[in-house]
Design a protein around this ligand. Structure first.
Ligand SMILES: [Zn+2]
Length: 178
């Protein structure tokens, strides 16, 4: 999947975490930032990816050591990151959003024909029965749908308020006409 699809999913993951923990503005902004970064992070193994371009040297060595979509796209990697975050006593809501961001990346890449080495170091490629080409129509549509979902979750109270106002306006209008 493209970086855009991964970051859109990160945005949705962050929005849902904010909604669940009902956080203040500063925490919410941090959650969204961490969710988007962690949703892109596994592609550090690819020098041309969004995150790989920013950390070219690290990306180059990770690619050299493990190859593309292997260690950084595995359950082992997610477990190591979780343990590290737990050891440095990362607040619970940040920890959850980062794990979900990483997981969302791996799940989305499992929708591509190449799949991921989910059980690395066991060299089995895991993918869903139905797969889609990276950068194809489904990929682009998915990015848009995830972004719309994230915006809806973030602004849900305002949408609900707007809908209630619109509904009461329509009721008043129709009672005037009757
Ligand atoms: Zn990936």
């Amino acid at each position: 999947m493209t970086g855009k699809t991964h970051s859109s999913c990160g945005l949705l993951v962050g929005s849902l975490t904010i909604e669940y923990f009902n956080t203040d503005l500063f925490t919410s902004v941090t959650i969204i930032t961490l969710a988007v970064i962690s949703s892109l992070f596994p592609d550090i193994c690819h020098t041309h990816s969004k995150i790989g371009r920013r950390f070219k040297l690290i990306s180059f060595f990770i690619r050299l050591l493990f190859g593309h979509r292997t260690f950084t796209h595995s359950l082992l990697f997610i477990c190591i990151i979780t343990c590290l975050l737990y050891i440095i006593q990362t607040p619970y809501h940040y920890l959850i959003t980062m794990i979900l961001g990483l997981l969302s990346h791996v799940i989305l890449d499992m929708l591509t024909p190449k799949g991921v080495k989910l059980f690395y170091p066991i060299p089995i490629s895991v993918r869903f029965p139905m797969t889609f080409k990276t950068g194809g129509l489904v990929d682009i549509s998915l990015a848009s749908a995830l972004s719309i979902g994230a915006i809806y979750v973030l602004f849900q109270p305002y949408f609900n308020q707007l809908f209630t106002h619109w509904l009461s306006f329509m009721v008043v209008q129709s009672s005037i006409i009757i």
